[in-house]
Write a protein that binds this ligand. Structure first.
Ligand code: FSX
Ligand code: SF4
Length: 363
């Protein structure tokens, strides 16, 4: 559960009302629902994913630490990976006076628009052989307690999303389908609003799965997303009472989702390309690509990795500027994939993993 003051929440609701399409009547209901209460619930669901998004979140440092978030700003009661209890204890057994399953059901049964839903991982929508239930590839339990919702990630995600105030799709899987939707997948894994680049093919808005769900969705792609992108988006909502400005694919503009990696930092190799060398490829400004391949781990003078398959020139994010793994508040991190001479794999893009191109190219 996310805990903010009642005053902050009401301020958020009224300022965000236009963006969220909340009517005055809904706002009134919200005010009444939380009268005397000081918290807004956050439900975190995970489907088909490696859980790297949660692990990345735990590394938060730039804006604030995860300890500060959980102690002072958020009260995250339902997150199956980081809850103290796991497995049957979470959903079946009372522990320390609270039952996470009850908490989830309470959130679901509260008046509409009183919680935020976070989704990590793709939603698998296919009907497996021998089953008659769409989404039967991924079960998360009957978290709503409502008759007929069932246990699949698909059913739970749609049910919680339909009543949420807003939804954060954390990671490329939840945004676009990501690796679970890679070539050869049998499970019809989808993001919430998109499958790859196709809007209207997501788990919430594909009309073959039921009526489209219109709750506002913010996509924070990346495999995994940088912790600052997740925490910064949450902090923006809490601190300003507004949704962050979004650009294409409903991504927050603040984290470089409008800039190519080559330019955002800029990439240190971009201006280090043996300029003037007769071997230089003017399109991907590199020198001797065989030498580049052979020596990429040991030399820092060999220029752009584009010819080896680096996707920085078609991938939008600010890794090249923000970098990862800072241990100091408000200071950018120490390195990023390309900074350590590994190709950018295009993990923030809706075309990831197959349609951004081969991971590596050996010339
Ligand atoms: Fe996906 Fe998150 Fe990649 Fe993993 O769970 S965006 S596979 S880093 O962690 O959803
Ligand atoms: Fe840097 Fe890769 Fe862009 Fe080349 S393609 S400038 S190595 S991010």
């Amino acid at each position: 559960m996310l805990r903010i003051t009642r005053r902050e929440f009401l301020k958020y609701c009224s300022i965000a009302a236009g963006a969220l399409g909340l009517s005055a009547g809904t706002l009134m209901k919200l005010e009444n629902a939380i009268a005397g209460e000081a918290n807004v619930d956050v439900m975190w669901l995970d489907g088909a994913a490696c859980t790297g998004c949660s692990v990345s979140l735990l590394n938060s440092r730039f804006y604030t630490t995860i300890d500060d978030l959980l102690i002072n700003r958020l009260d995250l009661n339902y997150h199956k990976t980081i809850m103290a209890a796991a497995g049957a204890y979470v959903n079946e057994v009372k522990f320390t006076g609270a039952n996470a399953l009850d908490a989830a059901r309470e959130m679901y049964n509260a008046p509409a628009g009183t919680y935020v839903l976070v989704v990590e991982g793709a939603v698998q929508c296919a009907t497996p052989p021998g089953s008659t239930t769409a989404g039967d590839y991924c079960h998360v339990g009957n978290l709503t307690g409502a008759v007929g919702v069932g246990e699949t990630m698909l059913a739970n995600t749609r049910a919680f999303a339909s009543k949420a105030l807003a939804v954060l799709a954390v990671g490329t899987c939840a945004s676009f389908g990501g690796i679970p939707n890679g070539r050869g997948s049998l499970t019809n894994a989808k993001g919430l609003l998109y499958q790859g680049t196709s809007f209207g093919k997501g788990a919430l808005n594909d009309s073959t799965l039921g009526d489209p769900i219109t709750t506002p969705v913010i996509n924070i792609p990346g495999c995994p997303p940088h912790p600052d992108w997740i925490v910064g988006t949450i902090a923006h909502i809490l601190d300003t009472g507004t949704l962050p400005p979004l650009i294409n694919y409903r991504r927050p503009v603040d984290y470089g989702y409008g800039e190519y990696q080559c330019n955002a930092g800029p990439c240190p190799w971009k201006y280090n390309n043996a300029i003037g060398s007769p071997d230089q490829n003017p399109r991907y400004p590199v020198g001797d690509s065989k030498r580049l391949g052979r020596e990429k781990w040991t030399s820092n003078t060999l220029g752009c990795l584009g010819i080896l398959g680096c996707k920085g020139r078609k991938t939008k994010a600010d890794c090249s500027r923000r970098r990862w793994n800072t241990n100091v508040a408000e200071q950018y991190g120490v390195n990023w994939c390309v900074g350590s001479r590994g190709n950018c794999h295009g993990c923030t893009e809706p075309t990831f993993p197959d349609r951004v191109g081969k991971f590596n190219t050996f010339a």
